[in-house]
Design a protein around this ligand. Structure first.
Ligand SMILES: Cc1cc2nc3c(=O)[nH]c(=O)nc-3n(C[C@H](O)[C@H](O)[C@H](O)COP(=O)(O)OP(=O)(O)OC[C@H]3O[C@@H](n4cnc5c(N)ncnc54)[C@H](O)[C@@H]3O)c2cc1C
Length: 512
């Protein structure tokens, strides 16, 4: 049985389409009045039984209503040129139908994202940030990054780059729910299909009238649209299919788009922990097996993202809580090597060389991170890999978010890259609508690909370089790393550049 949920202005309609109920439900004809206004149903006159051909048509079918797919829907809903488009969102995740339950007093969920100032701006522009602010979230204006060898550290302060914050840590379920609430508040043609994409038929020929609204698409032109077969046995047509269906993207597979990448032979263990006082800083210490991060998430809670070998990750997931807390404090502070008090490889020498262009945080001393006293959530482990789609766009298909790229979480950039895709694709679609072109046309979609591929490849290269540089425990490399830490700490233009790149303000690192 298929259920559709129309999200137009707080109205959630659930109805049973004729195709699914014809054999079972005698009042099916009346039910047709419940067809949400966001979808257009095509009747192919040449069919023997026209009920069989009542197939919804949409301008855009977003496959995957995760954090990135939902952001695209909200972004399109908020732009004057695109808000009239008819959008289908296909995802069987129950959170889309029921909305995740977020209880204020529950400890934070271990799945969180560090969102950059650029992402916060996007959320403000589309009207979703006001919903985030109603739930737990933690802005941070300081970051301390250091190395287990004790040779170097870097402190970043938002005021080094004339900013108020470096970022904000938000639970993924809060980001998702905020986008859903935002969409429900808009006067927008969107329909949620609580099912999954199973197969996709893409057109092999071009028909010039595909630029017209889907409502005026004649049956002859259906052959020029993408046809999506859903796992509940229904199907729909769309001018553009957006693959926002994560790293194992079915859309990418069905469109025949290949990927490049590798596994890191590392897993990330994540959980929520408690400490005696509130934390306002993002801490990251590089250890021989990978970094451990302690990220503020409000009250006396922080989130741990700890990279290690898959075998160690399995052990750390099941060890008793007391031992786990001890292991976390050992990894964050007391174990592996000394605290970086010394300034042998930089510090005063470098700061006097670059004076007066040093940032205020160069004089801030190394601080030990808060001591963790309790584990307050489940521990989860995720295998880590780098993956990049060789193409982001082909005729009637485009990829965004993890469907197009996955990265190591060491700099918390994955979903931020996805939100960069959302901004770019919304603008490209709006440009296409403005000039009356077919929004599924590959020449238009390639503009999105060109813009985002450059930015994403640069970010992937930086993150992969970090991952490799910090996976080596070898004397000369350790010294170079320490010099890099201290150089970044004292050399103001470099530090500002890093902050601005990590904030999402600059598309390319260190080049402009
Ligand atoms: C340990 C860890 C920590 C991280 N920390 C950060 C961080 O701090 N900051 C940051 O920016 N990023 C971070 N990331 C990355 C971030 O979590 C991902 O980039 C983000 O979740 C990707 O979102 P998405 O919507 O593209 O994909 P997903 O979250 O994977 O969503 C895909 C959606 O598609 C749906 N779907 C799948 N297949 C189908 C189908 N066939 N039909 C219909 N629907 C389908 C799924 O149900 C799902 O809802 C982290 C990742 C990890 C592993």
């Amino acid at each position: 049985m298929s259920r559709l949920i129309a999200t137009r202005r707080l109205v959630s309609k659930i109805f049973i389409p004729r195709l699914a109920t014809r054999a079972f439900c005698t009042d099916a004809p009346e039910k047709l009045n419940d067809v949400p206004s966001g979808s257009h149903f095509n009747k192919e006159p040449e069919g023997d039984e026209h009920f069989m051909n009542d197939v919804p048509q949409h301008d855009i079918a977003i496959v995957g209503g995760g954090m990135v797919g939902m952001a695209l829907a909200c972004s399109l809903a908020s732009m004057p040129l695109t808000k009239h488009l008819s959008i289908a969102i296909i995802d069987s995740n129950p959170a889309l139908s029921n909305g995740p339950v977020i209880k204020k007093d529950d400890p934070p969920d271990p799945r969180v994202s560090t969102v950059t100032p650029s992402t916060i701006s996007l959320f403000k522009d589309i009207g979703a940030w006001e919903h985030v602010e109603q739930h737990r979230h933690a802005y941070f204006d300081k970051m301390q990054v250091w190395d287990y060898t004790g040779f170097g550290y870097t402190k970043y302060n938002a005021r080094d780059a004339d900013k108020d914050v470096l970022g904000c840590v938000v639970e993924n379920k809060v980001l998702h729910k905020s986008l859903l609430s935002c969409l429900q508040n808009k006067d927008f043609n969107s329909t949620i299909y609580p099912t999954r994409l199973s197969s996709l038929s893409l057109p092999t020929r071009s028909v010039s009238s595909a630029g017209a609204s889907v409502s005026s698409t004649s049956s002859k032109n259906l052959a020029n649209l993408a046809k999506l077969d859903l796992s509940d046995g229904t199907n729909l047509y769309a001018k553009l299919v957006v693959g926002a269906d994560g790293s194992k993207s079915r859309v990418r597979e069905l469109a025949g788009i290949k990927t490049t990448g590798w596994n890191y032979s590392q897993s990330a263990v994540i959980c929520t922990v408690e400490h005696p006082t509130e934390n306002f800083c993002a801490w990251q210490r590089f250890l021989p097996a990978g970094p451990i991060a302690l990220l503020p998430i409000g009250d006396n809670f922080s989130n741990i993202v700890w990279t290690m070998s898959p075998k160690d990750a399995s052990n750390h997931k099941i060890m008793n809580e007391v031992d786990f807390v001890k292991a976390v404090n050992h990894a964050l502070d007391s174990g592996y090597g000394p605290r970086p008090e010394s300034r042998v490889f930089g510090g005063d020498v470098l700061s006097s060389f670059f004076r007066p262009d040093v940032t205020s945080s160069v004089h801030e001393r190394f601080e030990p991170p808060p001591k963790v006293v309790r584990l307050v959530s489940d521990r989860m482990a995720f295998p880590l890999s780098l993956m990049h789609a060789n193409q982001y766009a082909s005729k009637r298909v485009v990829l965004i978010g993890d469907a197009a790229h996955t990265v190591h979480p060491l700099a918390g950039q994955g979903v931020n890259m996805g939100y960069g895709d959302v901004s770019s694709l919304s603008n490209v679609i709006a440009d296409g609508v403005a000039v009356g072109s077919d929004i599924g046309e590959v020449t238009l979609l390639k503009k999105y690909e060109a813009e985002r591929k450059t930015a994403n490849i640069a970010m992937m290269a930086v993150l992969d370089g970090f991952q490799k540089a910090y996976s080596v425990d070898f004397g000369p490399i350790n010294i170079l790393r320490a010099a890099a830490f201290n150089g970044a700490n004292v050399f103001a233009p470099l530090k500002r550049n890093i902050i601005s790149y990590a904030s999402g303000e600059r598309r390319l690192p260190f080049l402009s």
